[in-house]
Design a protein around this ligand. Structure first.
Ligand SMILES: [Zn+2]
Length: 561
């Protein structure tokens, strides 16, 4: 008996529209005994379903010719993909955000816009629309196993959580009731067709965390709750998600990211295998039944676990879901048996021949490298556990540094008072600089044990490993420099400590040479768009210019006093 009965591979990027990639995902899922594949796109249902109830065939053709053709195209593509997936013995799930719709609906039903131009989320029309859409989707694609939904988040098109409608009904509408209507409408439409509804617990604060679950529980015990591996998002430094085991008996699936939205996007690879094992042990003990493994990200093209060392995390997730006690050494061996892939020059829209290292010590060397890579990231792009990066990118302006650490991705909700640890007190600053020094030291030490030319790997992988031996120390040095400048500026700004003004200015001197080194490493080499995304020298030059602007303003303010 596997430890987790549902083991799903999630495609979240444009890759789901590539037949080649879908075949590769199917092959992987079969080889590693996974049970299904998820296509995750906010509007995936709206791409294929108009619905007919509001767009009759002739009207659709004559009035909305473009969408008419598009939905037809997506119907054929999806049917083909779903057949391939289900014929190979895997389940297919669609993952969406609701309420979503195509803009043609507003032309067809102009009354949906209220006086101030806002959409009214409490208009009963939306429940009717959602029912029509799901009914048609389920009838059209009967081999779908279920729908996974982020209900009413800020990323939906209509949501009471992000409402600008000022009507009387909206004013008095309870948030709990709104969630209940949304989930109930979806559940009933899918359940009629024997399909499952999985509701994602998607919250920004601890208060909102249980509202959705309570709503789901009231509707049916068949609803499944999907929970991220950590509260808020996939940050490996964040605590365990307290929702697990607290879903009132509903089945629970745990979501993981294998590619690395918050740990290097496959370009700066890192192992989250050890983290995954620890968390899965916990979630298994809490009674979770399923695991979802994300392999890419909707906001980046041409990249995924499938062309990077992040394959380690994907293979690891698949293996640990079967047996959480599987020794990690065994998983590293399986990764090497699958073969190494480089994201440097080939994006993942083309096949690469995975390279199996010939050196018998390769496993131990690469295991140490992937574990060290995470240790570098933990200490460089996180600050005492706080998120200090923008989806693996370095900062391009001062504002985002403390905003991301202490507001947008704050850990205070789950770790009370945590953000005090990054305030620029003398003591904290010393500890933080020590942490960054340690990141740089570990990154530099990789050369002591990793000699790419001795691993017996392909020329592509060898080149990539040499690239990483240069890139990792520099990546760490850049984040080190950015937190130092950010802390000094914050010290002047918040603590009004003008003795740090000149220190902050001189902390910026290092950026031109860091940018030059990064530029020499990346620019003009025709590496993939994802390498250029993660390692963009212009961002740190813009960071320097922005910090100077902020400091000049602070200086002026100080002089005026
Ligand atoms: Zn309203």
């Amino acid at each position: 008996m596997p430890d987790f009965k549902d083991r799903l591979l999630e495609i979240h990027g444009s890759n789901m529209w590539s037949g080649y990639h879908v075949n590769r995902a199917i092959e992987f899922a079969r080889r590693y005994d996974m049970t299904g594949i998820i296509f995750h796109a906010n509007d995936i249902i709206d791409k294929a379903i108009k619905p007919d109830r509001y767009f009759s065939p002739n009207e659709s053709l004559l009035k909305f010719n473009n969408r008419d053709g598009d939905t037809k195209n997506y119907k054929y593509y999806l049917k083909n993909a779903i057949d391939k997936i289900t014929d190979s013995g895997l389940e297919f799930y669609a993952e969406v955000k609701e309420i979503y719709f195509a803009y043609e609906l507003l032309e067809q039903m102009p009354g949906l816009r209220k006086e101030n131009g806002a959409l009214c989320p409490t208009d009963p029309f939306w429940w009717e629309f959602l029912d029509a859409k799901l009914e048609e989707f389920a009838s059209r694609f009967p081999r779908v196993s279920g729908v996974i939904v982020s209900a009413g988040t800020r990323e939906s098109m209509v949501s009471l959580a992000d409402n600008r409608c000022t009507c009387e009904r909206c004013k008095g509408y309870s948030m709990d009731e709104w969630y209940r209507r949304l989930i109930e409408t979806m559940f009933l439409a899918l359940d009629r067709h024997g399909m499952k509804l999985i509701v994602r617990e998607f919250s920004y604060t601890a208060d909102h965390q249980y509202a959705m679950i309570d709503a789901a529980r009231e509707i049916s015990d068949k609803i499944i709750i999907a929970i991220k591996k950590a509260p808020h998002d996939y940050y490996p430094t964040f605590p365990l998600n307290p929702t697990a085991g607290n879903c009132g008996g509903l089945e629970e699936w745990i979501e993981f990211d294998t590619w690395g939205q918050y740990f290097g996007l496959g370009v700066m690879p890192a192992s989250v295998l050890e983290d995954m094992q620890e968390r899965l042990r916990y979630y298994k003990a809490k009674g979770a039944d399923g695991i979802m493994l994300r392999t890419d990200w909707e906001r980046l093209l041409n990249g995924s676990s499938f062309n990077s060392f992040s394959m380690l995390n994907l293979i690891g997730g698949a293996e640990l879901a079967k047996n959480v006690e599987c020794p990690v050494e065994k998983i590293y061996s399986k990764w090497l048996e699958y073969g190494l892939l480089s994201p440097l020059e080939e994006d993942d829209t083309f096949p690469q021949t995975p390279s199996m290292p010939k050196n018998p010590n390769a496993r131990d060397i690469l295991m140490r490298f992937m574990q060290d890579s995470w240790r570098v990231q933990e200490k460089a792009i996180y600050v005492r556990g706080h998120v200090f990066n923008r989806n693996a990118q370095m900062f391009d302006r001062y504002f985002l540094t403390y905003f991301i650490m202490t507001v947008q991705h704050t850990r205070d909700h789950w770790d009370k008072g945590a953000s005090r640890l990054v305030e620029p007190t003398e003591e904290n600053m010393r500890a933080i600089i020590d942490e960054k020094d340690e990141a740089v030291r570990i990154a530099k030490s990789m050369r002591d044990y990793l000699n790419p030319s001795e691993l017996g790997v392909s020329a592509d992988v060898e080149k990539y490993l040499y690239f990483l031996l240069d890139a990792y120390p520099l990546y760490a040095e850049i984040f080190r420099a950015q937190i130092i400048s950010a802390m000094y500026i914050r010290r002047v700004e918040v603590y009004k400590d003008s003795t740090y003004l000149e220190k902050a200015f001189s902390s910026l001197d290092v950026f031109p040479s860091l940018a030059e080194r990064l530029g020499a490493m990346v620019d003009g080499h025709h590496y993939t768009n994802n390498v250029e995304y993660v390692l963009d020298k212009d961002r740190i030059l813009r960071f320097k210019a922005d910090c100077e602007r902020v400091l000049e303003e602070l200086r002026k303010k100080g002089e005026m006093k």
